[in-house]
Design a protein around this ligand. Structure first.
Ligand SMILES: Cc1ncc(C[n+]2csc(CCOP(=O)(O)OP(=O)(O)O)c2C)c(N)n1
Ligand SMILES: [Mg+2]
Length: 546
């Protein structure tokens, strides 16, 4: 006999069967049936302080685990608060499913409380957004959402459900509603013709460069490092690919964005064979403009839409990165000019060493603070960074040793994602320490999510690099106009803010104090803020772009 369930229960049964491990949310009367279903079906529900933060947490879940994150929000403003995380997820190519309420079908178009036609807004920032008005079709809609979310480059999807549908009885048997997500087909392999073209380009190459991008994170080949070693390739990692090969590798040529990596600019200009795998020539790679005229570009990704983007590839391969690495693992070793490779890596190493400024009485150099944090952080730490001036130092300093260990909003450059990312990362991986780098501006966006983590017994550390200003905007204003406008921030007591939210708080002026605070905060297993006054020094990235 069919078990009697309602729409909310059907949604949760489906998500659970699809492998969703947590639902991030802010409550609302219209989504009560979803809340009840989470409780009765044992799907952990995390009630955040703001819908944007809830969705950032869901998205960070996907960045850490490689699985889709899920969020549930109430109607109208609950949904519009989810717009920025949806945009971030869209531009970053991260899978996230957002379920949003709508007023009951009987009050549609009457101006019900909190109700607004938000679907057009969500359509603009997701891969797919739709409304389901039949409780018996919820599973079918979730199926569609799931396929759209994962197809090609992953991204966010939005499903709107009127509140009466959430509480309507579902007559389809629960067994059918909870059939689980449709299995996604394998990603495409390398065709014989493409394999021939790749082989030819590789045989002719003396100065090859490997650029590892987003899709290498999703399909997780375990052969990337073997390929790097076999062919003697220098490599850079971009975005979600940070850590897909341990960045402590001797042929790591630094992070894959040219603005903070002069060695990479040189390598792009001098390489005769550039393998761009799982990515496209995005703005971090100056849209491919710095590629030398003699280079052959081999671009590999399973979504053909990204092939040739911004710069034509000489060998464009619509295949999964894993298939490419399988091919490369079986090919005869390339004869890469190791003197050239060493000189590129040497340039990056010198550049990296030169960044470290001296400590001073009026605050640490940002790099000294970041290095002190890294030195005290255990090897499995998940790092998060924001998008202020000082975070651009962090981006270049950190060596990420495994995939899913470095979270940054990405192309959207969104300030405010970082603190919820930190909280969400600890839900995704409760056993690893999480450290967020953020400025004294960015921390204010969602600092209250410390409370969310504390309420659920989760821990993460926010390192506030405090230069008493909105540095990333202030420094260029000063350069361009000789003065700044509304850029200064007074020194606030962030340690006390954390303590007021039931968390740990530290104020550290020197590197030894920073290291001790990191060790102490990790041992305490509570969320914490470590506030570190730093000097205002323009980062290489900011200097290059401004
Ligand atoms: C949502 C959003 N709003 C505004 C900006 C523009 N923005 C980028 S960095 C920055 C200042 C950040 O200041 P802070 O967090 O103190 O870091 P600092 O630059 O001082 O290191 C601003 C306002 C943005 N990137 N994202
Ligand atoms: Mg600042």
């Amino acid at each position: 006999m069919a078990q009697q369930i309602d729409g909310g229960a059907a949604i949760i049964a489906w998500l659970k069967a699809a492998g969703v491990a947590n639902v991030f949310s802010v409550s609302g009367g219209p989504i009560n049936s979803i809340y009840r279903a989470c409780a009765h079906q044992d799907l952990p529900l995390i009630h955040a302080r703001h819908e944007a933060a809830a969705c950032f947490m869901a998205e960070s879940f996907s960045r850490v685990t490689g699985k889709a994150g899920a969020a549930v929000v109430t109607l109208g403003p609950g949904v519009t608060n989810a717009v920025t995380p949806a945009l971030v997820s869209m531009l970053a190519g991260t899978p996230m499913i957002i379920i949003g309420a709508q007023s009951g079908t009987k009050t549609a178009e009457r101006g019900a409380g909190m109700s607004y036609d938000v679907l057009p807004v969500l359509k603009g920032v997701t891969k797919w957004a739709a409304r389901c008005t039949d409780a018996n079709r919820l599973a079918e809609y979730l199926d569609i959402a799931w396929r759209k979310m994962w197809a090609g480059r992953p991204g966010p999807v939005f499903l709107e459900v009127p509140t009466d549908i959430l509480s309507s009885p579902v007559t389809t048997p629960l067994r059918a509603m909870a059939a689980g997500a449709p299995p996604m087909p394998g990603r495409p392999g390398v065709s014989a013709a493409a394999a021939e073209a790749i082989g030819e380009a590789c045989r002719a190459a003396a100065r090859p460069l490997l650029l590892l991008g987003d899709e290498t994170f999703w399909d997780r080949s375990d052969r990337i490092q073997a390929v790097v070693d076999k062919h003697g390739l220098p490599f850079s990692t971009l975005r979600l690919a940070r850590g897909v090969v341990d960045e402590n590798h001797p042929r790591f040529a630094g992070p894959g964005y040219t603005a903070c990596n002069g060695a990479l600019r040189r390598a792009l200009a001098e390489a005769d064979c550039i393998m761009l795998v799982g990515h496209h020539f995005e703005f971090d790679l100056e849209f491919g403009d710095s590629v030398g005229p003699g280079a052959k570009v081999i671009q590999v990704c399973s979504d053909p839409e990204l092939l040739h983007r911004n710069r034509r590839a000489d060998v464009a391969v619509a295949a999964s990165p894993a298939a490419f690495f399988d091919l490369m693992a079986g090919m005869p070793a390339m004869s890469a000019d190791q003197a050239w490779v060493s000189s590129v890596i040497g340039d990056w190493s010198k550049e990296w060493q030169a960044q470290r400024g001296e400590d001073a009485n009026d605050g640490l150099h940002p790099v000294a603070a970041i290095d002190a944090v890294s030195a005290a952080a255990p090897a499995d730490t998940i790092f998060v960074s924001s998008h202020g001036n000082i975070d651009f130092w962090a981006d270049a300093r950190l060596r990420i040793s495994a995939p899913g260990r470095y979270l940054r909003a990405g192309q959207s450059g969104t300030l405010g994602a970082e603190v919820p990312y930190g909280a969400g990362a600890n839900f995704a991986d409760p056993s690893s320490p999480v450290i967020v780098f953020v400025g004294d501006g960015g921390v204010g966006f969602h600092v209250t999510e410390l409370d969310t983590a504390e309420r659920y017994g989760r821990a993460f550390i926010i390192v506030v690099l405090d230069d008493e200003k909105w540095g990333a905007i202030s420094l260029p204003q000063q350069q361009s106009f000789g003065e700044t406008y509304e850029m200064d921030l007074p020194r606030r007591d962030w340690a006390k803010v954390a303590q007021g939210l039931g968390c740990g708080g530290y104020f550290c002026r020197d590197t030894e104090a920073v290291k001790a605070a990191i060790t102490d905060a990790i041992a305490s297993r509570k969320p914490a803020i470590i506030q570190v006054p730093v000097r205002s020094v323009i980062s290489p990235y900011m200097a290059y772009i401004s």
